[in-house]
Each structure stands twice: as structure tokens, then as C-alpha cells.
Design a binder for this molecule. Structure first.
Ligand code: SF4
Ligand code: SF4
Length: 72
């Protein structure tokens, strides 16, 4: 697994953003998903990663204002 998501820090919970502070749009957590150049992240009930697509570029780590993602 190339990245680790700390779901306690991530504000996308149960299919919605509980904070809005990481995004450009209200009521919508924007950041890691848009930053990923290969579409490896998606927002479902929680943020999910497709390990087969991830190229370990670190863009999502930089994009997350909650410091919820780390490269491992
Ligand atoms: S940018 Fe950070 S806080 Fe927002 S969905 Fe991604 S991991 Fe969660
Ligand atoms: S490390 Fe890069 S490729 Fe992997 S999920 Fe994050 S942004 Fe996408």
C-alpha cells in the first residue's frame, strides 16, 4: 500500500465532509481526489485508494490540509 490515510484526521466521513475546511466548495471535501494525477482516489463512504493505480507521487499528501495522508 503506497499511502496511508488516517481516517480519524480525514474529514470525509460517511459520504460527506464534516468540516468543509479542506475544500474549495462548501459541503464538499476537495483535495486529495482532485490532486491525484492517475485517479487512484475516490470518495465513497470514506476516501478509498486503488493501490494498483497509485504511483506514489505524493500529490495527495501535499493537497490534504488535514495532514491525513502519508506516504509509506
Ligand atoms: S484531502 Fe484530506 S481531509 Fe480531504 S478527503 Fe482527502 S484525506 Fe480527507
Ligand atoms: S500518492 Fe499520488 S498517485 Fe498515489 S493516491 Fe496520492 S496523488 Fe494519487
Amino acid at each position: 500500500m503506497p499511502i496511508k490515510i488516517d481516517y480519524k484526521k480525514c474529514c470525509w466521513k460517511n459520504g460527506k465532509c464534516i468540516s468543509c475546511s479542506c475544500g474549495k466548495e462548501s459541503n464538499c471535501c476537495r483535495g486529495c481526489v482532485e490532486a491525484c494525477p492517475v485517479g487512484a482516489l475516490k470518495r465513497a463512504k470514506k476516501v478509498e485508494i486503488d493501490n494498483k493505480k497509485c504511483i506514489s507521487c505524493g500529490a495527495c499528501v501535499s493537497a490534504c490540509k488535514k495532514n491525513a495522508i502519508s506516504l509509506i
